[in-house]
Design a protein around this ligand. Structure first.
Ligand code: ZN
Length: 117
């Protein structure tokens, strides 16, 4: 007489193996998500610096403009930025001028500073 189907022990072993595989894979998904959020943030910072440089070129203030007294919303108000970007990591963006080079720089409170280019 032949049996069809699985025994309880066989099912438990399969479930245990699946559980171990899921436990191994889940942290990798978290890492990938964190990497993606960092890349989106850096892309946002590049967009901000690009808008800042466009402003400097159009207003003829290259390397003489002090960005430290302005906010991201000002770029939007002046028409150099379509929408104020949001950091996917929950950081806030500020604008500044690099003390050494005088270049425009955008800063995220979580992932740091980006200077042109
Ligand atoms: Zn950020």
């Amino acid at each position: 007489m032949s049996r069809k189907g699985f025994t309880l022990i066989e099912l438990l072993i399969v479930i245990a193996i699946l559980g171990i595989l899921v436990a191994l894979i889940l942290p990798r998904f978290a890492d990938v998500r964190e990497d993606a959020n960092t890349k989106v943030c850096v892309a946002n910072l590049r967009g901000l610096v690009s808008a800042m440089n466009t402003y400097e070129v159009k207003e003829n203030t290259v390397s003489t403009w002090d960005w430290g007294t302005y906010a991201v919303a000002d770029l939007e108000t002046w028409g150099y930025l379509a929408d104020e970007p949001n950091c996917p990591q929950g950081g806030t963006y500020t604008l500044d001028t690099n003390a050494t080079s005088g270049d425009a720089e955008a800063v995220c409170s979580i992932s740091g500073t980006h200077i042109w280019p």
